[in-house]
Design a protein around this ligand. Sequence first.
Ligand code: OAD
Length: 233
Amino acid sequence: MKGRLVILTGAGISAESGIPTFRDPGGLWEKYDLSEVATPEGFRRNPRLVHEFYNARRRDLLRVKPNPAHYALADLERAWSGEFLLVTQNVDDLHERAGSRRVIHIHGELLKIRCEHCGGVFRETGEVFPETPCPGCGRPGGLRPHVVWFGEEPFHLPEVYEALSRCHLFVAIGTSGTVFPAAGFVEVARAAGARCVEINLKPAENAPLFHEHRYGPASQVVPAWVKEILKEG
Ligand code: OAD
């Protein structure tokens, strides 16, 4: 397996591990007001509410495990002899726990916090409150989740665009194709001449931009697709 492969994952790949998606029925944005818990303005208005939201997400994450889709992508990375990049919009660590190595979290990571006073980024598996002192500089009042909120610039975009603009195969898995810039990655890959594959429960908003579609639960469809790719050799 040669060539340059870029995989983009979204909430759908972690759904069967027990992490709710955002926009499906019963999803997070039905239960919570996005403008309150996922914007810098919401955090300024009510930091305690936002910390409580992410404390709960962190607790939930520590209770779940990777599913066969995460493991299949880790197997694929190990077998791939060309360039391989996994770009995820997910803030969970299930790809890493399944064994994936080259992972870019463009929307940040739930198990990290950042201090707005000193700029330090720290691993965090417990609870954080507005008065919690920074583990680096010791000052209270500066800690925030190390996640990207609406209105903020996603992380590592230059590296992602560089990989997309040179890739031969682009695969988007379990993402609704509604949140930019990730929803536009397929166009960059297409312009580079890449074959574009969508793996999803149902067609995403940007489905017509893909050359090939595989619909069904990620825990079944992703391992089956990986098996095919590995057989093609
Ligand atoms: P969404 O909740 O928008 O979409 C989830 C996608 O996963 C949909 O296309 C579903 O059809 C699909 N899906 C659900 N269950 C699945 C399963 N078992 N197998 C395969 N696919 C399944 O989630 P994202 O597209 O990841 O950003 O959302 C993008 C961003 O919007 C998130 O990173 C987050 C959110 O607001 C921020 O918080 C900045």
